[in-house]
Each structure stands twice: as structure tokens, then as C-alpha cells.
Write a new protein. Structure first.
Lengths: 119, 214, 349
């Protein structure tokens, strides 16, 4: 089983070598002349006032939460999809209940306005 | 089927190393990166015991989704990301205690059910065809009820997330952010004056104009 | 010991075959990405009644090489407030994840070469489809961490927008693909292509195909969904501060992602390497012809993506999120229910 994935491991090694090698080469052949002005974050010519790392809007958090929940749902759907032919109507009803529950969840979120983006 | 011991120990060492990095590095975003690496290694561990679908799930959900939520949650709760932000490092004795308790529970479970760990033999069929269909079959036939309960659990989690987010937008928070904004504007005005003065001085002195630095 | 390890780790293939394949795939993807930039500039030029790059080599064919050399010799500027580790790691992760995802995409059917079963991909795995989804999903970290590490306001805004966009459309894509899995009843890409012998899945799953393509445009940050970059407002967004080869890596990752989503769409909906004109598919020549068919179909999709980019304007952010959550996701669920019902009903009768 692991041996099926061994080529991916080899490929990962090639990718890492590529990523490190090209950056190292670029650092070696490129010039490096930092000046205080060059090291300022680019803000269209205006001197930056404070750190960019600030609090986010809560909408992003809700989106991430929704994402995880529907990601988990999709993970349940994949094995079901591979055997729906053998399960016939029974499997369909089961998955129907499952999808309906999550569809209700989506409608709830929708109705509550959590999908609304306001600025 | 037996697990190749070399592969197992290499992966296990990497899992433990990345897990230690998660709690040990001071920068919390770096900790999140270490967590992604750790989840990745756990996926490799699943592959080592032949659980390919579980490994894909681990990658998709744990490595691909959970850290996004963690990063967003961190960014949501903290005003700015300070470098010395990982305050859990200070609480390490407590963390050690909790971890040891958890370890004791796991060992207890292992001790009680020890003989069962050897009984399960891995059918060759699963190694050839993969585990996806078998898992689907188990979920939808033998464990149909827990499967449906899982959907209800997801629903509850979603409702909870929405409620949490709503409360954060309540008036108290709005007031606080309004206050913050006023303070920030004051600070910004002050700092802008200061910096512009400093920058003008620097440019006038010609310390750092590109032409002269070469 | 070394021999033991090699014997253990490389199952169905010899290790040197794997190594050669790996170098070929990497070289192919890098070249494809480089020439896609040229293609993009040519397509945009002709759409705007210009000629496009034509100075370096005949028809500008050496332009990508010139660009690569120029990028390599540029200065690596770096803002003072950056996160040193992530500023270095994120661009490499972008390119690396994009390339790594291609490992399981079969460019042609398994070919018999003198009794040796030649797979036209790096690794033949059972859960290939989930593997591609999971690895491409790592791109979100490259973009988010890259934007965050630069400590630039444009970058952070771009990174935030982008990560929310990517995770939203990842859902739409996953749900669109389940319809295909129901029909093929497998997650193995080779089996999915072989299940299309009688009819391509785009015929049976037109809605899923459309949803996937729209989702893929968003996943690769292409117009009309290129909000993370949005040149006119975010000044390149998450990679504002990146220059030289670090910028090159973001660019490479983006174009390799285009190749990956178009290849996946080809395998899932357009019959992969299956020819329109029948061809006996057994020896290595047959396999190579399969690769040609595959790349031909993928190229048409790539051209379509460019055409769309130079035709449509950018969406507003709230509309983008609405489209993902309120249109694509429900439609994806609907597609699953319809497909599942039809398949289950036919199996029962």
C-alpha cells in the first residue's frame, strides 16, 4: 500500500530539490542591495503607518467554519458515491436524509445572514 | 500485512518532532505551519497501515481545512500578531499534566483490549482495491445510525458557528471597535507626523538615497 | 540496507523509471507553464487586435526562456517586517503543491511495453481524485502565508480574500465531482476515464462539468474571479512584495494549477486519452497517441480559460462569495441527488 505512494515520495523529493535549488540559484546570481526605502512595504508610494497584521472581519471565520462542515460532508459523500449502485434505494434514502439535514443547515445559515458580505 | 519498521519509525519520529514544534515555537503562525506538517505525517502513518481513504481524508480535512480555521480564529481574536504570541509555552507544566493524563487513558484502553489488537488480520482484497468502498459499505449499512447522527452533529456545529459569529457582532463589540478606531486614528495622526519628519530628515541627510549607496 | 529500502519503497515500478518520470513531469509542467504565459500574451494580444511578443526568436517563441533568465537574475527585494521563514517557504510551497498534485493524473491508458505495464503517471493510486483535491487545497496556505509573511496591507487583504475564495469554491468543486464518482463508481482516475468508453461524462453530467469549470476558474484565481490579485486595487495582492524567483514561483504555481485543473477536467469529463477517432491502444505508440489526445483536449480548455479572462470583467467580492455558496453549492447538491436517484433507480430495476 505504502509502496503505491513511494513514487509520490520520490516526486516530493524532486519538487523540494527544485524549490530549494532554484531559490538558492536566484539568491546566488541576483544582486542584493537593500536600502531602507526598498525595504518598506509597498503602499503605492505612501509611507506605511503601522503593521499590516490586523484583526480580520468575522465573516472570514464563519466562511472557514462552513467550509469545514461541508468538507466533512463531501468526505462522507465520496465513499457513498462509489457504492450507490450496490446500495440501491436504501443507500439513496440514507444519503437523502444526510444531505437534507445539511441542506437545512445551509438554509439556516443563509437565512441568518451569515453568508452576507457587507463592508 | 506487516508495517515496514523502517518506514514506521521514520514517520513516527517526524510526527513527534512536528508535534513538539507546534507547542514549542514562539510564533503562533509558525506553530500552525508545524501543525500542517504534523497532520501530513499522520496521513503518511495511515498509508503505512494500508488505510488509503483515511489518509486522503486526513489530508483533505486535517491538513487542508482545520488549520485554515485555526489561523482565521487566531487572527480574529488577536489584535495584531506579535512575535512572542504563543502564551501556552508559559503553561507547560499544566499542559504536561493534561498530556500525561491523556496518555494514561490511552494506555489503559490499550491494556484492557490488548488481545484485540492482534486479532484483526488485514484482507489482501483491501490492499488491492483500496478501502473506500469498504468504508462506504460500513458507514451506510452497519453504522447507518451513527452516520445519520453525524449529520445532526454537523448541523449543530454550524448553528453554533453562526451564533458565535452573531454575538461577536453585537453592540458591545461594535462600541468597543468604535472606541478602538478613535484611539487608532489619534495614534495614526501622531505617528504619521513623527515618521514623515524622520523620513524627511533622512532623505535630506542623504543617508539612504539609492544613488549614493552604490 | 539501501537495496532493501529501494526494494521496499518502489512497488510496481523500478526506481529509475520513477525518477525519469518525475523529471519528465517536472520538466513538462515547467515548460508548459512558461509557454502558457506566452500563449496568454499572444491570445490577449490577438483579442485586443495587437500582435503580442514577437522579438525574441521566431514568433516570440524564445520569450519564456528570456523571461525565466531575467527573473533569475533579478534582485530578491524583501520588506523589513517580513517573516523570514514563511517569506522563503510560501512561494516554494505554491509551486511545489501545484506540481505535486500532477503526480497521479494519467495522461494515457496503461500500456504494455514488452510485457512491462507502463503507467502514464507517476503513481497509480486508488484514491487519486481525493489526492488531487487534497494537494491542490494546500495552495491556500501558500497564498495565505505568503501574503501574511510580507507584512504588506495589500498582500494581507489579497491573502484573506483569496483564502476565503479558495475554500468556498473548493466545496463547489468537490460536490460537482461527486456526480462523476457516482457514474464511474471509483476514485481511481484511470478507471474513471475507462468508464467513459461509451460516452464522455460531460454528456451525462453537463451541470457537474459546468460547475467544475466555474469552480476551477475560481480555484486558479483566474478572471472573472481574480480578486486576490486584482491589479487595479490590490496591486497584485498576496505577492505584491515578492520579486525575482519568488515571484516566479507564484507565477509558475498559478499556471501549473491551470494545467492541473484542465487536465483533471479532461480526465473526468472529456474522456481523458480516449480518442474521437478509434485507435488500437496497446503498444507504446498507442499510449503516446493517447497522450496527444489528452493534451489536445486539455489545451482547448486552457484556451477557453484565457478567452474568458480577456473577455469578462471581474466580479465584486460579495457577489463572488454569493455565487459560490448560494448558487454553485446548492446546484452541486441538486446534481448529486438527481444523479444518485437515477443510478440507484436503474440499479434497483
Amino acid at each position: 500500500m505504502l509502496s503505491d505512494y513511494a513514487p509520490i515520495l520520490v516526486f516530493l523529493g524532486i519538487c523540494v530539490a527544485f524549490g530549494v535549488g532554484v531559490q538558492a540559484l536566484s539568491a546566488a546570481v541576483g544582486p542584493r542591495k537593500p536600502t531602507p526605502e526598498k525595504e518598506l512595504p509597498y503602499e503605492s508610494g505612501i509611507v506605511p503607518l503601522e503593521s499590516a497584521r490586523r484583526r480580520f472581519s468575522v465573516s472570514f471565520y464563519v466562511t472557514a467554519m462552513l467550509f469545514i462542515i461541508f468538507d466533512v460532508e463531501s468526505i462522507f459523500l465520496f465513499p457513498w458515491a462509489t457504492i450507490v449502485r450496490d446500495l440501491k434505494i436504501f443507500g439513496l434514502v440514507e444519503m437523502g436524509i444526510f444531505i437534507a439535514t445539511l441542506f437545512i443547515a445551509l438554509i439556516y445559515v443563509w437565512a441568518k445572514g451569515a453568508l452576507r458580505w457587507e463592508f | 500485512m506487516t508495517v515496514n519498521p523502517v518506514a514506521f519509525y521514520v514517520i513516527a519520529v517526524l510526527v513527534v518532532a512536528t508535534a513538539i514544534a507546534v507547542v514549542a515555537v514562539p510564533n503562533i503562525i509558525h506553530a500552525a505551519v508545524a501543525l500542517i506538517a504534523c497532520f501530513f505525517m499522520v496521513a503518511a502513518l495511515y498509508l503505512a497501515i494500508g488505510a488509503d481513504f483515511l489518509a486522503a481524508t486526513q489530508l483533505l480535512i486535517y491538513a487542508g481545512a482545520i488549520p485554515v480555521l485555526i489561523i482565521f480564529a487566531v487572527m480574529l481574536t488577536r489584535g495584531s500578531m506579535r512575535r512572542e504570541g504563543n502564551s501556552w509555552v508559559r503553561w507547560w507544566p499544566l499542559a504536561l499534566l493534561v498530556t500525561m493524563g491523556l496518555g494514561a487513558v490511552l494506555l489503559g484502553v490499550f491494556a484492557v483490549s490488548h488481545d484485540r489488537w492482534h486479532r484483526g488480520t488485514y484482507p489482501q482484497r483491501l490492499l488491492d482495491d483500496g478501502t473506500t468502498r469498504t468504508i462506504g459499505d460500513a458507514l451506510l449499512n452497519r453504522y447507518a445510525l451513527p452516520f445519520e447522527v453525524a449529520s445532526a452533529l454537523l448541523l449543530v456545529a454550524l448553528v453554533g458557528a453562526v451564533l458565535l459569529a452573531r454575538r461577536d457582532e453585537s453592540e458591545a463589540v461594535l462600541e468597543r471597535s468604535e472606541e478602538e478606531r478613535r484611539q487608532r486614528e489619534e495614534r495614526v495622526r501622531h505617528r504619521r507626523e513623527e515618521r514623515d519628519r524622520a523620513r524627511r530628515a533622512r532623505l535630506r541627510d542623504g543617508v539612504s538615497t539609492p544613488d549614493e549607496s552604490t | 540496507m539501501i537495496a532493501d529500502l529501494a526494494h521496499f519503497s518502489i512497488g510496481p515500478d523500478y526506481w529509475w523509471v520513477v525518477l525519469i518520470k518525475g523529471v519528465i513531469v517536472l520538466g513538462f509542467l515547467a515548460t508548459a507553464a512558461a509557454y502558457l504565459t506566452l500563449a496568454e500574451r499572444k491570445v490577449s494580444a490577438h483579442i485586443q487586435l495587437r500582435i503580442g511578443p514577437n522579438r525574441v526568436g521566431p514568433f516570440g517563441l524564445l520569450q519564456p526562456a528570456a523571461d525565466a533568465v531575467k527573473l533569475l537574475f533579478k534582485e530578491n527585494t524583501a520588506p523589513a517586517g517580513r517573516d523570514k521563514l514563511l517569506f522563503w517557504l510560501a512561494p516554494a510551497l505554491m509551486a511545489g503543491a501545484a506540481i505535486l498534485a500532477y503526480a497521479v493524473i494519467p495522461l494515457s491508458g496503461t500500456t504494455n511495453v514488452n510485457g512491462y505495464a507502463l503507467h502514464w503517471n507517476m503513481a497509480h493510486v486508488n484514491v487519486a481524485l481525493l489526492y488531487v483535491l487534497a494537494i491542490t487545497a494546500l495552495g491556500v496556505y501558500a497564498i495565505f502565508l505568503g501574503g501574511w509573511a510580507a507584512n504588506n496591507k495589500y498582500s494581507l487583504l489579497g491573502a484573506l480574500r483569496s483564502s476565503a475564495q479558495l475554500i468556498s469554491y473548493e466545496m463547489a468543486v468537490a460536490f460537482a465531482l461527486i456526480g462523476v464518482v457516482i457514474l464511474a463508481h471509483s476514485l481511481d482516475l484511470e478507471e474513471i476515464v475507462n468508464a467513459q468508453q461509451h460516452a464522455w461524462f460531460i454528456v451525462m453530467q453537463p451541470l457537474a462539468g459546468l460547475l467544475y469549470f466555474v469552480g476551477a476558474l475560481a480555484e486558479t484565481n483566474r478572471l472573472p474571479f481574480d480578486l486576490p490579485e486584482a491589479e487595479t486595487e490590490l496591486i497584485a495582492g498576496y505577492h505584491t512584495e515578492y520579486s525575482s524567483m519568488r515571484f516566479g514561483f507564484y507565477f509558475l504555481g498559478e499556471y501549473v494549477n491551470m494545467v492541473t485543473v484542465c487536465s483533471l477536467a479532461t480526465a473526468l469529463f472529456l474522456g481523458g486519452w480516449l480518442p474521437l477517432i478509434p485507435w488500437i491502444h496497446s503498444d507504446w505508440l498507442g499510449g503516446l497517441v493517447g497522450v496527444m489526445w489528452f493534451l489536445g483536449k486539455a489545451s482547448i480548455l486552457l484556451f477557453l480559460m484565457m478567452w474568458i479572462r480577456w473577455t469578462l470583467p471581474r466580479l465584486r467580492y460579495d457577489r463572488l462569495m454569493n455565487l459560490g455558496w448560494k448558487v454553485l453549492l446548492p446546484l452541486g447538491l441538486l446534481n448529486i441527488v438527481i444523479t444518485g436517484s437515477v443510478v440507484a433507480a436503474r440499479a434497483a430495476s
